[in-house]
Design a binder for this molecule. Sequence first.
Ligand SMILES: Nc1ncnc2c1ncn2[C@@H]1O[C@H](COP(=O)(O)OP(=O)(O)O)[C@@H](O)[C@H]1O
Ligand SMILES: [Mg+2]
Length: 427
Amino acid sequence: MSRGRKVVVVGSGGREHALAQALLESPSVHEVVVTPGNAGTQGPSAIIGKSLRNAKGRAFDVAIAEKPDLVVIGPEQPLCEGLTDALSAQDILVFGPTGRASRLEGSKAYMKAFAEKVGLVTARYRIVTDGDELPQAVAQFSEPPVIKADGLCGGKGVVLVDSHDQALEAARNMLSGQPFGEAGRKVVLEERLQGQEVSIHAICDGNRAFVLPAAQDHKRIFDGDRGPNTGGMGSYAPAPLVNSDLLRRIEQEIIGKVLEGMRTEGNPFRGTLFAGLMISDAGVPQVLEFNVRFGDPETQVLMNVIKGDFCELLVSAARGNLDTGAVDLSEIHSLCVVLAAAGYPAEPRKGDVVLGLSEATARPSVRVYHAGTQLDGGRVVTAGGRVLGVTGFAPTLQRAANFAYSAVESIHFEGRQFRTDIGHRAL
Ligand SMILES: Nc1ncnc2c1ncn2[C@@H]1O[C@H](COP(=O)(O)OP(=O)(O)O)[C@@H](O)[C@H]1O
Ligand SMILES: [Mg+2]
């Protein structure tokens, strides 16, 4: 390890750019390769080392060819498909859960049964696979239930309805296989919970966890939480809703129980456990879902509150021997404003030229993470729905917001969309 570590990051979003940057800044790291990456991970200054855009297609091939000291898998899809297992079988160290452990995210029915088994506070639910059972199942709920497709649906598999009739219709539609194929052939009906949502990230080694400050994201496209759902229009951390007592309680009553339960099942959880929680008005953390990887855009803010050797933390977790001394949590607040393409989320337009990136990036206390971008000649052009995550960090949330929004002002592309109220709940 005399030259320092080489890390491969799998994915192409803002999350992966942020992870790659944090890894590159880790003292133990010499080189980071992002596959397939985006314009930000292969920029002219090669800040992230070299990036292989779709080198022969699959992440597996790239990871094998690069002979890395660590592979970090960003998105849920390759995790659920068993990329960790495949690489581990080739003696490559991977930060990310196995395919079996990834079912916590990959199957909502599995997650609900697991939550029940280990005694987590979560919404009352019922699983339906047979359309004939639907009317009776829906009627069991006194309020209209939330309808969820069992499998991965890229964040589009959950329907919130206003009436029992709408619930029935949404569940029927999912079961037909039309919108989501196999992922919707099993449906979870669940009680609708009230409260405020937070994202808790825990870096886990199978036995123990390093819990990061709570983050909040903003799913709706327009200010005031209006308009259609998106992959996330912004985020901030720490979220003051979760004070240190509540965070400790979440660590013990949720993260700890999951790790113990997964161990007991023979599927120890190594990787990032992301608990999507609804905090009730009485302050009770209720589990909405688990993800088995970092959130996007939560990662863009969380990477700014970690100091130290992030890579060492992930390597030690992947080896099953978490070194919590590798990093520190700084007293920094961070806030990320997503710039989305024209037409997002329905039909994002591609190919718009992005201007002003170097001015924005040159500002102090600002980081611009790329997501849906691509190089076209020497220019950066839009190539996806969420284009950039403009992130500020500062000793107060208000100042972090000011940094982020003034950097937003210097970036332009045709039809850009962003929210002006990121962090409003905490400001
Ligand atoms: N039981 C519930 N009560 C209230 N809102 C819910 C419930 N389940 C999900 N939601 C809302 O739907 C969103 C998406 O649901 P989630 O289970 O996180 O699925 P996914 O992220 O896989 O699409 C949540 O972030 C939350 O806003
Ligand atoms: Mg979710």
